[in-house]
Design a protein around this ligand. Structure first.
Ligand code: FAD
Length: 392
């Protein structure tokens, strides 16, 4: 056990933001120690993008981030762009591809990104201590970090401890706790990029649709997301629903256009005299199981020619603007991220340093900066880690 080691920089968290920050500090000749209680580095990188890590997005601008201060992320995003992380990836001969909407994935495996960061850390002389539980952080002349592997001191302390989701991968509220210890405000935390759970009534109606995915537009407040919505046994998932969860607050309603590419009222009207049952007509536009279940629970299915025009208008309206009041979300257990975090008002957008506590930095998901689905969160980890890495 080493006692009382002194470093220039100690970073708590060997995830995406912590590792990139460590590389940048090391390159500046700073002595750097990274501490993490997990057994391995980059646990979330490993599982990201379904194992292929959607590690950046070519459209990584402030518009894709949610924060109490939407301007905070601009400076760091301008100084570390998707091109910068792509250059690093190219330097390590990692093959990547654009899937859709600027989303960049590894061709082979997210493991490539972790190996890249580990190599960069080794080259920059970064020391790493894994399975190291931090129990206390204090400050006298230097920062003092008490762990189950001894006590460490540093001039700069970078908190890269992430958010609350996926506790089984090492997530903890430790970063938020440290912020509070130093008197820094933490905004309200909630799981985001997470499936919705139906109220019991909807759940009973729609649980039979589990596995069905529909191209839809999900609206939450003034935000609209086009993409697939997946019915689960308990509610709604799929990219468009997950995106909406970032902007959703308990008690709010979602509005879902289940047929964004089709004028279903026009189709009803042109079949006005048809004797076809409504569910059979709808089955031309939806999976059969959906059309049947929808008609069983939302309308009385009968031959189309037996509906009054007003009824058809109402049915079309429900299909284009289905109003759903979720009971909640599936929570931190399977949320991709934590929305909310260390209030950006207390941090410098240039350096990520706490304005009132010199030498204390917060980077990555622990901050109140949350990206949409599609590589934005890892890009924020790189950008904020890079920013702090120039100053810590
Ligand atoms: C299933 C899943 C898939 C995802 N896919 C993508 C994707 O494809 N693209 C994308 O952009 N984003 C994705 N994300 C989100 C992204 O992975 C995170 O936002 C990002 O990794 C956050 O990086 P970070 O460095 O801030 O925190 P983390 O990567 O979470 O790292 C924090 C580290 O701190 C350590 N730590 C925590 N508490 C302590 C403590 N008390 N003592 C010591 N160490 C501690 C943890 O063990 C962890 O290693 C995904 C998330 C999940 C859960």
């Amino acid at each position: 056990m080493s006692l009382n080691q002194k470093k220039d920089v100690i970073i708590i968290g060997a995830g995406a933001s912590g590792l990139l920050c460590a590389v940048e500090c090391g390159k500046r000749g700073r002595s750097v120690l990274v501490l993490d209680h997990a057994e391995r580095t980059g646990s979330k990188i490993r599982i990201s993008g379904g194992g292929r890590s959607n590690f950046t997005n070519l459209n990584a601008t402030a518009d894709h981030y949610f924060s109490r201060n939407p301007h905070f992320c601009k400076s760091a995003l301008a100084r570390y762009t998707p091109r910068d992380i792509l250059s690093l990836v190219e330097k390590h001969h990692i093959a990547y591809y654009e899937k859709e909407a600027g989303q960049i994935f590894c061709v082979k495996s997210s493991r490539d990104i972790i190996v890249m960061l580990e190599k960069e850390c080794a080259q920059a002389g970064v020391e790493m201590r894994l399975k190291c539980r931090v129990t206390d952080v204090g400050r006298a002349k230097n920062f003092t970090i008490t762990t189950d592997q001894g006590e460490f001191r540093s001039d700069s302390l970078v908190i890269a401890a992430g958010g609350l989701s996926y506790a089984n991968l090492g997530a903890s509220g430790f970063g938020h706790e440290i912020a509070r210890t130093f008197g820094l405000k933490v905004t309200q935390l909630r799981p985001a990029l997470v499936p919705f759970v139906f109220q019991r009534r909807e759940r009973n109606k729609f649980e039979a649709l589990a596995g069905i995915s529909l191209d839809s537009i999900v609206s939450c407040g003034n935000k609209r997301f086009r993409g697939n919505v997946l019915f689960t046994h308990r509610g709604l998932s799929g990219p468009a629903a997950l995106q909406a969860s970032l902007y959703w607050n308990p008690g709010e309603q979602l509005t879902i256009d289940l047929l964004p590419a089709t004028d279903i009222l026009g189709i009803f009207m042109s079949n006005r005299r048809s004797k076809m049952e409504l569910h059979n007509l709808l089955a031309a536009y939806f999976p059969k199981r959906f059309a049947q279940t929808w008609c069983d629970h939302m309308v009385l299915s009968k031959p189309v020619n037996q509906y009054a025009e007003k009824e058809l208008q109402e049915i079309a309206q429900t299909l284009h603007a289905w109003e759903v009041m979720p009971k909640g979300t599936e929570g931190y257990e399977i949320a991709e991220v934590t929305a909310g975090g260390v209030d950006t008002d207390v941090l410098s957008s240039k350096t990520m340093e706490a304005k009132d506590t010199a030498g204390l930095y917060f980077i990555g998901e622990v901050q109140d900066v949350t990206g949409e689905l599609g590589g934005y969160n890892l890009h924020w980890a790189w950008a904020s880690g890079f920013a702090a890495g120039q100053y810590a």
